[in-house]
Design a protein around this ligand. Sequence first.
Ligand code: NAG
Length: 405
Amino acid sequence: MGRVGLPAPLGLVCCLLLLLGGPGGRGTPQGPWEEEQGPGAEGGLWGRAKYEAVKKHLGAVGALSKQYWQYMACKVWHEGCQEEEEEEKQSSAGPGWSLPLVGQDYLEILSTWYCGFGKCCKTGDCRIVNNITGLEADLNRQLHGQHLAKEVVVRAVRGFLQNPQPQKALVLSFHGWSGTGKNFVARMLASHLYRDGPKSECVKVFISLFHFPHHTYVDSYKAQLKKQISETVQLCKQSLFIFDEAEKLHFSLLDAIKPFMARYDNKDQLDYRRSIFLFLSNLGGNAINEVALDFWRAGRAREEISMEFLEQRLRLELLEPAENGYAHSHLLEENLIDFFVPFLPLEHHHVKLCARDAFLARGFPYTDTALDEVAGMMVFVPKEEKLFSAQGCKSVSQRISYFLP
Ligand SMILES: *[C@@H]1O[C@H](CO)[C@@H](O)[C@H](O)[C@H]1NC(C)=O
């Protein structure tokens, strides 16, 4: 395993934790150890002696139930599986083996305890991956036509994660028409910061009309939201909160969560400075589109559009006293938003790239004609130029179904 200065048992436990996929056993682990755990964990290298050593070690911590050990032993060393299967039949608690709540707690304690050594997982928490290199590479490959969003997001997040003591939580506000990639980038960020991606317990997604549909209940939503945020921050060293359809968030909800995003002043309270907040909205979309259209009409390349041209326009539009919560909340006035992230309207060739990705993702061959036809199914605006897809790349992956064999 060649891990300098790390006693074998400690390393082994982290492998085990990763193997199990953490509490709830979600998905494939994607920790920094992914490759190393491959052949070793399947058997061979891990001998009986090591197993006993770890068992003894953990016995000292006194934190594992018998059932839990059997599960680990079965998974890693392929022994004791029979008993376990029988137990499973008896309890018949649905498909697969699910950790009892107590087991999950133990897993947490163990993870924190062992990872406290800081060596087994780079971040000190096996659930947090912070793969910025991967994020940048994947954005370059899969996010089309958004040079500004790519640059701003990577720069902001990298800077924030490298800062040993950020003064406040990182707050990014994504703006643009629907289908331009706001959700895509938010999801990708979650997948590259957390082993379990958007499903991680450290990631919370709130969709305005789904989670907070009725204005009459706004006080109860406020309490729930605050509770969820503080609980998540308590549970995770680094949390990610995503607010989709932020333009429909009631301004008093925005104001309620303001203290979590503000500069940190109260030492007695939980520390929210390691949290990232993303607000996704179509506010300012028109301003962004006008800038993009002006550039096109002036014969300039879209890549020449810089934040200088956009930031002021965006701020002004967000303060328009319309029906949006941003204008009524104090988010902007108090400078709580660290970065505005503009998503430009997508052109015909961008939609073709989305269609290509969709074909590739399903493993089907495609022709340029097919890509053209998929792009041709979208509505392009404005009327005269027919330049931008009104729905961006939205539902492109469903539309390719017509062209599949
Ligand atoms: C980082 O992300 C890239 C791209 O998704 C991936 O190929 C790589 O395995 C990841 N690295 C780690 C350590 O998870």
